[in-house]
Design a protein around this ligand. Structure first.
Ligand SMILES: Cc1ncc(COP(=O)(O)O)c(C=O)c1O
Length: 453
């Protein structure tokens, strides 16, 4: 028995019991391993369905170009189908996505345009806007529009839902999945609820996304939106594929919990899963009190770990974000945990009064002193107080007359223990200089903040 082409191998993915990462959950938890699709994600299903429906509707014609804003997985599904069916592909994606995902799309001959993440969807630079513009400009092109194209949910209604129903002999009690476009959970969830309206459909959301609040209050709150690390789930708008009437509850999971659980799944279950699989398991653990013995939970494992080798599976990446709890903190992680701050310095020829004014207006306690761009000393609140006590006229002195020895320098990999040992009554901060000459100041307060994350 053989398949006529790779597209015929899409679907019928295995359901595998999770045995260790679900410790503490009374229910049986089965993962639907969508990585066994040819593009290593569930998105192969909806990509092919979107193409087939567009062909039927006459929107996609022979030799045409498929355009899509995609974070990778949908692109992969579209790219594979395009190879078999003879279409070209142009994808827009964001600079947040793993390089591995982008490289994989290019491997199938697709053109990929990387756009900035931190702009509004309406911004002309956003990956949504760029793909819409390409659709207008490229002749014989069709934009798949996975967010609002209902062929997306339909693929999961026709395939993923029925597979889960059959594989569990109709015993499934809960379906849990990350929600991005909403196609997976809305489609599969709708089918399952039609078989048994008591089945609970739980969506996993991220901090920085609008779904949970919208579900709970009906309010689309722009204040909920901020950049996050988790890939594939959460949105800053409401895609038509999210059917809020099917999804009973949204649970938010932090970037850190998702990243660490992704690794745990590989280490404890031997399943090399993507970032959103970590989110789903972490979210389920958050909700474990709502599950009882006899419940049969199906979680969707959307995509494969290879796409995250440079991220969740990379210790340096985790360490830089302070995600590895027991690891030693370094200057890098201290700076990563802190908001971006421009270092403020003062020239040694300026007066003490100017230093006082700067310190006061910026609400800081110390300033590195420079001469022709070089650090030559420091001036602190204590230095100023001491000189004023000695002579009240000192405020008109040049800073060079009252400054003390410069703060010590450290490098980006210096451990927090070393940095702390350099901090004293006289040295309330350390300095760090990058190769390009840019400087950072790390204060006692930054160290305290990093240690209390
Ligand atoms: C890795 C990953 N997980 C989860 C999702 C969410 O699935 P859906 O878009 O069907 O809601 C996506 C979608 O892009 C994804 O790529």
């Amino acid at each position: 028995m053989w398949y006529n082409n790779i597209l015929e191998t899409i679907g019928n993915t295995p359901l595998v019991k999770l045995n260790k990462v679900t410790d503490g959950i009374k229910a049986t938890v089965l993962a639907k391993i969508e990585t066994s699709n040819p593009g290593n994600s569930i998105k192969d299903r909806m990509a092919l369905k979107m193409i087939e429906d567009a062909e039927k509707a006459g929107l996609l014609k022979p030799g045409g170009t498929i355009i899509e804003g995609t974070s990778g997985n949908t692109g992969m599904g579209l790219a594979i189908a395009a190879v078999i069916k003879g279409y070209k592909c142009i994808f827009t994606t964001t600079d947040k996505q793993s390089k591995e995902k982008v490289d994989a799309l290019r491997a199938f001959g697709a053109e990929v345009i990387v756009c900035p993440t931190n702009v509004d969807p309406e911004d002309p630079r956003s990956y949504y806007s760029v793909s819409s513009r390409l659709q207008r400009e490229v002749p014989n092109s069709w934009k798949a529009n996975q967010y609002d194209n209902l062929s997306n949910s339909m693929a999961n209604y026709e395939q993923t839902g029925p597979e889960i129903w059959q594989q569990t002999n109709g015993k499934v009690t809960h379906l849990v999945a990350g929600v991005g476009t909403g196609g997976t959970l809305s489609g599969a969830g709708k089918y399952l609820k039609e078989q048994n309206p008591n089945i609970k459909i739980w969506g996993i959301d991220t901090y920085g996304s609008v779904f949970k609040k919208y579900k709970e209050t009906g309010i689309f709150d722009k204040n909920e939106i901020y950049p996050y690390i988790t890939e594939g789930i959460g949105e800053d708008f409401l895609p038509q594929n999210v059917d809020f009437s099917v999804i009973d509850h949204f649970e938010k999971v932090t970037d850190k919990d998702a990243a660490l659980m992704t690794r745990e799944i590989a280490r404890k279950e031997g399943i090399f899963a993507g970032n959103s699989c970590g989110s789903v398991v972490a979210g389920l653990l958050q909700m474990k009190d709502q599950l009882k013995e006899g419940d049969l939970v199906v979680v969707i494992f959307h995509d494969h770990g290879t796409r995250y080798l440079g991220k969740m599976y990379n210790d340096d990446w985790l360490r830089e974000r302070g995600f590895l709890k027991d690891e030693k903190l370094t200057a890098r992680s201290i700076l990563h945990n802190r908001d971006n701050q421009e270092i403020v310095t003062i020239d040694s020829d300026k007066s003490v009064l100017e230093a006082i004014n700067t310190i006061k207006s910026l609400n800081i306690s110390q300033l590195p002193v420079t001469q022709q761009g070089m650090v030559v000393g420091k001036i602190t609140e204590t230095d100023i107080l001491n000189s004023l006590l000695e002579n009240p006229a000192a405020k008109s002195y040049k800073i060079s007359q009252v400054m003390t020895k410069p703060f010590p320098f450290v490098d980006i990999n210096t451990s927090i223990e070393k940095i702390s040992s350099l901090i004293s009554k006289d040295n309330t901060a350390v300095l760090l200089e990058y190769e390009n000459g840019k400087m950072e100041i790390i204060t006692q307060f930054d160290i305290i903040s990093a240690m209390s994350v």
